[in-house]
Design a binder for this molecule. Structure first.
Ligand code: HXC
Length: 254
């Protein structure tokens, strides 16, 4: 299958899914999200033991959801948009093999959320990550309110989400958001090595272990987040926050 902004490459039983929208630092629009969903499904249909999620180029993993697309959405449109991203994040979380986010560059907002839906996050030294949605007058809408506290604890998650913090790789690793930080030159090799090690393990047992661990999480919080996210569209601060990004100026919140 071929997609304009997403690629799927195989190396034995390891599937690498790469988002490639250089003009927007790999930000996710509808077309790219739909392609991601199809690529993940194709990796599953091909019995991938490991899925690596990456962003093309050295600048960005995924710079978030596409703000230019999002800025004028109504609440019902934002609801559908939220669901689409949730479905992709859920597909990653429920993927039968192991998943690794290769965070080489910016991972903000929805990029951070896709990385958190993976089993592992291996980052380059120059990576930056955060749930930065607050500065656009919204909240994380693709699972961040639930997955960030699981990884970093509740107080740190609240600090990061309330302040829209952008953490450098070393700090993110210290907070538990990155499993490993590797030099920019070595990160691709390290991910390849780690993926090969994962792929060498008994796949049925690995899947059972993953599903057992996932049983700890309910879906009530994710459903609440979907409604709260959509409900913020049309507010003054959402319109102003996103308009200010597009106009490259500081927003004036109410
Ligand atoms: C749309 C984006 C984008 C985004 C960058 N671009 N991020 N377009 N959506 N999320 C575009 C810019 O508009 C610009 O296009 C080009 O990519 C290069 O970006 P620059 O800002 O010129 O680059 P730089 O100065 O290097 O700064 C990089 C950056 C900054 C720090 C990553 O772009 C930034 O802060 N982006 C927004 C990050 C963010 O807030 N993400 C969360 C979004 S909310 P032009 O055409 O002007 O050259 C979200 C919610 C998800 O993800 C949950 C539910 C939907």
């Amino acid at each position: 299958m071929e997609w304009e902004t997403v690629s799927l490459e195989w190396n034995d039983s390891i599937a690498t899914v790469t988002v490639d929208r250089p003009e927007a630092l790999n930000a996710l629009n509808v077309e790219t999200l739909e392609a991601l969903a199809e690529a993940i499904a194709a990796a599953e249909a091909g019995d991938a033991r490991v899925l690596v999620l990456a962003g093309a180029g050295d600048d960005a993993f995924i710079a978030g959801a596409d703000i230019k697309y999002m800025k004028d959405l109504s609440t019902p449109e934002a609801q559908a948009w939220g669901e689409l991203g949730h479905d992709v994040a859920d597909a990653l979380e429920q993927f039968p093999g192991a998943t690794v986010a290769a965070v080489d560059g910016y991972a903000f907002g929805g990029g951070c959320e896709m990385a958190m839906a993976c089993d592992f996050r291996i980052a380059s030294e120059s990576a930056l990550i955060g749930n930065t949605e607050i500065d656009l007058g919204i909240i994380p809408g693709w699972g961040g309110t639930q997955r960030l506290p699981r990884l970093v604890g509740e107080e740190t998650a609240k600090r990061m989400i309330f302040l829209g913090e952008r953490l450098d790789a070393e700090t993110a690793a210290a907070e538990g958001l990155f499993g490993e930080v590797v030099s920019d030159d070595e990160v691709d090799n390290r991910i390849e090595e780690f993926a090969a090690e994962l792929a060498s393990k008994p796949a049925v047992a690995l899947k059972a272990a993953k599903q057992a661990i996932e049983q700890r999480h309910g879906t009530g919080g994710l459903d609440y987040e979907k409604r709260a996210f959509a409900g913020l569209f049309g507010t003054h601060d959402q319109r102003e926050g996103m308009k200010a990004f597009v106009e490259d100026r500081t927003p004036e919140f109410e």
